[in-house]
Design a protein around this ligand. Structure first.
Ligand code: CUA
Length: 346
């Protein structure tokens, strides 16, 4: 009697895989893996947590590849009819051994290895570590640095800077819906849950600029809820934090001064704080140093003059569902003035 493979070959269903096809497949796989680099990749780790997660990923991928190769070889052998005539005991060996014992052993080993990584990922930061409170808002990030030396908190938004080689504890929360805080290059993700504070330990291992992103669907602009993360040397980080602590710079530029007036006339102060001015609103992001940030609108618009004008005039199209009303009704020169003022807040 013909084997399954012979039957398939006769019907033209089976072709020998040619080398060019195999090389093409390998090339595509390599291209896919090279897409795993960049500022938002957990496979290009820049933090202790991300290193452990990447290691776990490669062990699990390696395990999966070995299992797949064994299954593919068994399938191939069955199709080609190369397996010797079956008897009941051999069939039982394949069913119990390959169907129950082997997967149980492989999955148990991976589970034990994976669970073994968790205590280090969930450990609290050592006493005296830098603490940062991050609140997931609609659709932006409220960031408060809580210095250990008793100084007042430093409030900013949509940007996080960290010192390299230092453990940092993030206190995460949300006033309304669940968000998930994730900087893939630095560590695992952690849910931000209304009514409770979750904690995440991060320890960057190299300097650079990375990208964080909300990882839990939270509304129509969930995908537009990102933030840049800058990891710098400790001294550079300290200088940056000192600069953030200071009140807003006063600009003498005529356009910026007109913009400052427009800022108060149009009611921006009701929602935003600009430290050092009467602007004390708490609903929206703190704008004290908004001109020095790496992006606007939580990673959605470049931080330049045109970016500010676009954000002010087309807020609801740039980021649907955001609480800030758009100011597209203002004349262009007033938008320019507002943009000049916001840019001057370095
Ligand atoms: Cu916040 Cu998704």
């Amino acid at each position: 009697m013909a084997s399954v493979g012979q039957l398939m070959e006769r019907r033209g269903l089976l072709h020998r895989m040619s080398w060019p096809t195999e090389w093409l497949g390998a090339g595509v796989a390599l291209l896919l893996v090279s897409g795993c680099a960049g500022p938002q990749s957990s496979l290009a780790p820049a933090g202790r947590g991300a290193e452990r997660i990447a290691e776990l990923f490669w062990w699990m991928t390696g395990g999966a590849v070995v299992v797949w190769l064994i299954v593919a070889w068994l399938t191939w052998s069955a199709i080609r009819g190369r397996v010797a005539k079956q008897d009941a005991r051999r069939a039982l060996f394949y069913i119990v051994g390959g169907g129950a014992l082997f997967p149980t052993a492989v999955l148990t080993a991976l589970l034990v290895y994976g669970l073994g990584q968790m205590p280090a990922l969930l450990a609290p930061a050592p006493e005296g570590s830098l603490r940062i409170e991050v609140t997931g808002e609609q659709f932006w990030w409220r960031v408060r640095y809580l210095p250990a030396d008793g100084q007042p908190a430093v409030v900013l938004a949509n940007e996080i800077r960290l010192p390299v080689g230092e453990p940092v504890e993030l206190w995460l929360n949300s006033p309304d819906v669940i968000h998930s805080f994730w900087i893939p290059a630095l560590g695992g993700k952690m849910d931000m849950i209304p009514g409770r504070t979750t904690r995440l330990l991060l320890e960057p291992t190299r300097t650079g600029t990375f990208r964080g992103q909300c990882a839990e669907y939270c509304g129509e602009s969930h995908a537009l809820m990102a933030f840049p993360v800058v990891v710098a040397e400790k001294r550079e980080f300290g200088q940056w934090l000192d600069a953030q602590r200071r009140p807003a710079a006063e600009s003498s530029d005529a356009l910026a001064l007109r913009g400052r007036e427009a800022f108060f006339v149009n009611g921006c102060a009701a929602c935003h704080t600009v430290r050092g001015t009467p602007s004390r609103g708490l609903i929206g992001p703190d704008l004290t140093h908004v001109g020095s940030r790496l992006s606007l609108g939580a990673g959605t618009v470049p931080n330049d003059h045109d970016g500010f004008v676009r954000w002010l005039a087309e807020t609801d199209t740039v980021k649907p569902g955001v609480l800030m009303p758009h100011f597209g009704m203002l004349p262009r020169d007033e938008l320019d003035a507002l943009a000049a003022y916001l840019e001057s807040l370095q």
